[in-house]
Design a protein around this ligand. Sequence first.
Ligand SMILES: C[S@@+](CC[C@H](N)C(=O)[O-])C[C@H]1O[C@@H](n2cnc3c(N)ncnc32)[C@H](O)[C@@H]1O
Length: 235
Amino acid sequence: MSDWVSFYDFKHSVIYVNARHRDVHYRTIAQDIRAYVPSPTAQVLDYGCGEATSSELIAEAAGQLVLVEAAPNVRASLTLRYAGHPKIAVIASEQTAALPKASFDLIVMHSVAQYMTAGELERLLGIFHALLKPEGLFILGDIVPPHFAAPAAALALLRFGARNGFFWAAVGGLLRIFVSDYLRLKNKFGLSHYTEEAMLKKLAAAGFAAKRAPRNIGHNQRRMTFLCRLALTAR
Ligand SMILES: C[S@@+](CC[C@H](N)C(=O)[O-])C[C@H]1O[C@@H](n2cnc3c(N)ncnc32)[C@H](O)[C@@H]1O
């Protein structure tokens, strides 16, 4: 398990300032992802889904939703949450490559790439490329641009808190993150940042025809979402 995966491997991550923040966060993301589900029969994969407390909103609009989570405790809690849900399956990240090739209409990876090395991300892009149907869509969300990422994230969280009734909890949560392992891990392992140009180049090298979406999934509009189709030359 990578150190970032261990950091996230709590039933409730320190990243969410309280249950309300966590639930509003996941509801916002699920609503945004749902808007990209192309049909009621669509096969959807959400890689690095985290606590995913609103995934039924995505599943409602799709044929099947596969949630992929690397952190074992988070995965156990997801498995319990969605046990018996007819459209939702939960798997570990190492099972992803063995999924049937060309079988997904929509693959989403949101707010995960920053925790991966460039090499890890490249390997995963290769897997997604193989799993996507020829007309499928891969969404790479919450890509963090270089410069001022931390103050921008803090400000976005405070604004999100103010809009959703957890402003003071967000202030407290930021202080808690400050004394948590987050900064130690950030200093030791870093977070991967990409400019729009660098990410478009990386996606093209992986065989995707990509463009930046007009808005990012979720609440932080300084971060970027990319919409990626299989490039014709790569088929
Ligand atoms: C910020 S959470 C994102 C959760 C959800 N997708 C969202 O947007 O809220 C980061 C997720 O990335 C996962 N993660 C971190 N490093 C990873 C890695 N190297 N491989 C796979 N998953 C990783 C963690 O387990 C965690 O669930």
